[in-house]
Design a protein around this ligand. Sequence first.
Ligand SMILES: NC(=O)c1ccc[n+]([C@@H]2O[C@H](COP(=O)([O-])OP(=O)(O)OC[C@H]3O[C@@H](n4cnc5c(N)ncnc54)[C@H](O)[C@@H]3O)[C@@H](O)[C@H]2O)c1
Length: 387
Amino acid sequence: MIETIGVVGAGTMGIGIAQIAAQNKHQVILYDLSDAQLEKAKSGLEKVLNRLVEKERISDNERKNILTRILFTNKISELWPCGLVIEAIVESIKIKHEVFTSLEDVVSEHCILATNTSSLSIASIGAALKTSKRIIGIHFFNPAPLMPLVEIIPAIQTNEQTTKTCKDLIAKWGKTVVLCKDTPGFIVNRVARPFYGEALRIYEEGIADFVTIDWALTEKGGFKMGPFTLMDYIGNDVNFAVTESVFKAFFYDPRFKPSLTQKRYAEAGFLGRKSGRGYYDYENLKLNPKPQTDDTLGERILNRILCLLVNEAIDAVFMGVTSIEDVDLAMTKGVNYPKGLLKWGDEIGLDKILNQLQELFDYYGEDRYRPNPLLRKMVKENKQFYP
Ligand SMILES: NC(=O)c1ccc[n+]([C@@H]2O[C@H](COP(=O)([O-])OP(=O)(O)OC[C@H]3O[C@@H](n4cnc5c(N)ncnc54)[C@H](O)[C@@H]3O)[C@@H](O)[C@H]2O)c1
């Protein structure tokens, strides 16, 4: 049984992961190079816990216990008692290698070494280790204490025991755990690409403006946020960087091609909410246009984006990245989709999804719209994903 959890990096993700582990009664050692960052993390956590006490989600005693369970330190050597260390430092393979090499000198040979990376391969991070069977990806979503989904990603070096221990442990923490192959974007950041990419493409072709596309997805599709509102929320710089990294990592597969519009918005500093302006103006909300609430147009926009999303979810199953159940869980729990995409595909009719993709493919002649072979096969055999 793992008692002590180490977290490396006390930034946005690290402090959230430390909070979850401490709330689940582990001793936690949170290490960061920067004293200022450790201070900031500690005062941030105190504020979060105070709010939880005010809302009566935890008792004052529990608040004190959580804080006393976490050791904030700038010495990596303090991590020696850990049974699991989760790294959440900057997204640089060079710096991650340095940290994992140092960690291996400190912890016991049984300690599992996990990374919270969003975009690097787990195999490439594990390559720095002498005992690489203990490397694994444990990918939390932001904010980690609130988001229910965690993707568990064994690398080709990882042994089965490491995967099982992590799956069981994170599930015990009350998270929804999905298992995923070590492939670019894992599940959520791969399958969700068309939500942004196709919305941008529809805008670029002049079919509809931002607000009408958002209206179609929220009103007709039941999504909590439309793509442009969501990109403004995530930040156009961050969202563009994820798309670009997935595109490169898939050897420039046109399905993941980034959008020039988004690049220009990022370049102009129109990052979204955080800069006061993105696709929408957040300083003067009255300046934002109203949607064109035309039902036929709305359905057309929704169906086009949805058929690409379903195709991508099918590809994740076809390529053995994950299972039917896990791809649906990942999208509902990780990004709040109103339904699992495969379940949605079944409901719409896989034949209709195929027809629409085929029409787009024939019209544009672009690989971006190519129907997945598993979709073709399922339609041919008159099958559904769920009985
Ligand atoms: N922010 C997100 O939404 C998000 C979501 C999921 C995964 N991730 C991944 O989690 C990781 C961390 O992201 P973040 O947003 O928390 O970053 P962040 O910039 O908020 O925090 C990184 C922390 O790492 C520390 N650090 C840097 N180099 C270090 C070193 N050599 N040793 C010890 N500490 C060091 C920094 O001082 C900083 O406190 C990245 O791999 C990122 O891809 C981020």
